[in-house]
Design a protein around this ligand. Sequence first.
Ligand code: HEC
Length: 318
Amino acid sequence: MKNTTAWWLRITVAFFLVIVLMEIYIDSGDKPAFIAYPTLMFGFMTLILLLLIAIAFIVQAIENVLYNTLDDEAKVRYLAEKEKKWEWTWGKKMYAKMLGSKPIESEEEIILDHNYDGIRELDNNLPPWWVYLFYASIVFGVVYLARFHVFNDYDQDLEYEQEVAAAQLEIEAYKKTAKDLVDASTVELLTDAADLNAGKGIFESNCVACHMADGGGGIGPNLTDNHWILGGGIKNVFNTISEGGRDGKGMIAWKQNLKPAEIAQVASYVISFQGTTPANPKAPEGDIWEDPNAPVENSKDEVVAPEVAIDSAAVTMN
Ligand code: HEC
């Protein structure tokens, strides 16, 4: 048997190979398997290590037993064979071939006859590795030219647009999971029944004492008309609920008790009162709010045109 690699090197390589394979095949979400299941993985890897060491010992033992069964002549041959150093012949040959240089002994064959003060020149071939790379770049160039200039496959503009559209979708998806990131400047009117229901729940447990269940108003102003003391529209309403009303009026800053996502829900619910008729409406207070984004022709009869929520389905991938 040839003396290949040292036993400890084989064990180390096999050990890390097992680790890599486990990382590839164990589904541990975004985390590496070792962080997701530390004790399990540690125990398992210790077992593997012991196993590998045991295998190395067994192989060694078998080799010893076999060696002792050999006659003296064979023992000598065996040891001589073991002494031989392992060589990667194919790799060495390939390396020499790719270099394509003449061995120093035969340099005479390629020396040019001019001679400048004793400085002479060798007529070496271009190294094959370089020549092959050059051919490969020509093939690449032809394919590239045909693909992008003759058949007009995608260009940078299109690539950019696709990436922006994909990122837009990702942002939408992210916003759905991170709803508490909203504030008064980024909040959008929520129209989902689930959000409005949640808003209704929050309204009923916190706000009815002063605004009435139907928004008609009491201590607080009427929320169903198009008059707003502190400004209408989802952004102003969000801001009012979050920061509270004017000092001494009784409307506290709800950001102490409600999360941003909850404020967005209750604000959207408050806006859904627009145009409804409460049982005991309080007289309008404040100014008529006109949505700056509303279409012009609607502005005199349309109260608060709900701001358009971004429709993720309308963002197209091209
Ligand atoms: C203690 C009574 C009270 C409670 C409870 C209360 N509000 Fe108010 N709210 C008021 C008063 C008073 C005002 C008027 C503030 C002002 O004039 O500055 C007001 C104003 C508002 C406004 C602005 C109306 C406008 O015309 O600009 C909104 C929106 C609002 N409240 C929503 C809510 C929501 C949502 C809740 C529950 C989370 C709530 N309020 C709880 C008393 C209350």
